[in-house]
Write a protein that binds this ligand. Structure first.
Ligand SMILES: C[S@@+](CC[C@H](N)C(=O)[O-])C[C@H]1O[C@@H](n2cnc3c(N)ncnc32)[C@H](O)[C@@H]1O
Length: 262
């Protein structure tokens, strides 16, 4: 078993200066541990989705995504954002969450996807690229307006993918029920807006009523504790899934649920 050692920052820094090689090796080890966890979680996503589809092999789809021009250009954009060329908010979905979402859309082949929480478009771009590869589908995204000083909502979304995209500006509390009434049935709902327990429950409940059997609910931030008072309480995604007829699991910070027949 690997042990985690903690040292006060000053002590750690002086030690690193005395033994730079050892410090570097330790950094590499930590990166490997983090990566191993990610590999394990990715394999779990692939196994989960394999049970949902006999027609498509998620392994092949994942490899195809990794080698794609889309993934390459997304990583380049991400580096630009991280360099801080423009002031921006934190909260862009990390690579693992984007990949998991891409794979879920590739395997489940939804025709109508609704998401809340766009920020600079990382999740939106991944859903759109997956729909494009599937050859069908529309994404409806809801978010509040960006400030003029920051990157726009479509920062990560290549223009060739925007044809399938309907971006709705406003509070999901008002916009989501109206949109869902207009659409009737949707195939996939992705939550990534406000992560309070109350808001997550409300969005899940509101969208779930519009999902058919086999419909998909995904959520980011399923490891988040909603407040210090609620530190021991399960995340709203787990609470919601335990109360509904769904096959579900969490993978890192991402949750996937598939609606079952009662
Ligand atoms: C974590 S970020 C979304 C990250 C994004 N999905 C991505 O892949 O990078 C959360 C977003 O939710 C939006 N948001 C927060 N409360 C909202 C609400 N009530 N209605 C709509 N959007 C909201 C914020 O403006 C912010 O852009």
């Amino acid at each position: 078993m690997l042990r985690q050692f903690h040292a006060p920052p000053f002590q750690a820094a002086t030690k690193a200066l005395r033994h730079p090689e050892r410090a570097l090796l330790r950094l590499i080890l930590l990166a490997r541990i983090a990566r191993r966890k990610e590999v394990r979680e990715r394999n779990r996503v692939i196994r989960f989705l394999t049970e949902e589809s006999s027609r498509t092999d998620p392994h092949t789809l994942y490899r195809e995504y990794k080698k794609s021009e889309f993934a390459e250009s997304f990583r380049a954009r991400r580096r630009r954002l991280d360099r801080g060329e423009r002031p921006h908010r934190l909260g862009t979905t990390p690579a693992f969450g984007c990949e998991a979402l891409h794979l879920a859309v590739r395997v489940m082949k939804p025709r109508v996807v609704v998401e809340t929480g766009v920020l600079y478009g990382a999740s939106s771009a991944h859903i759109l690229d997956a729909l494009d590869r599937n050859g069908e589908g529309t994404l409806y995204s809801i978010d509040l307006e960006c400030d003029p000083y920051e990157p726009p909502h479509d920062f990560f979304v290549p223009s060739r993918l925007q044809e399938r995209w309907r971006l709705i500006l406003g509070d999901s509390r008002r916009r989501l029920p109206v949109l869902l009434r207009q659409l009737g049935t949707i195939d996939h709902f992705h939550h990534d807006s406000l992560h309070t327990a109350e808001h997550m429950h409300w969005e899940f409940e509101t969208a779930f009523a519009h999902l058919p059997i086999g419909g998909v609910l995904t959520s980011d931030d399923v490891l988040v504790s909603h407040s210090l008072r609620e530190i021991g309480r399960p995340n709203a995604f787990a609470e919601f899934c335990r109360s509904k007829p769904v096959r579900w699991a969490t993978f890192g910070n991402v949750g996937i649920a598939v609606k079952l027949d009662l």
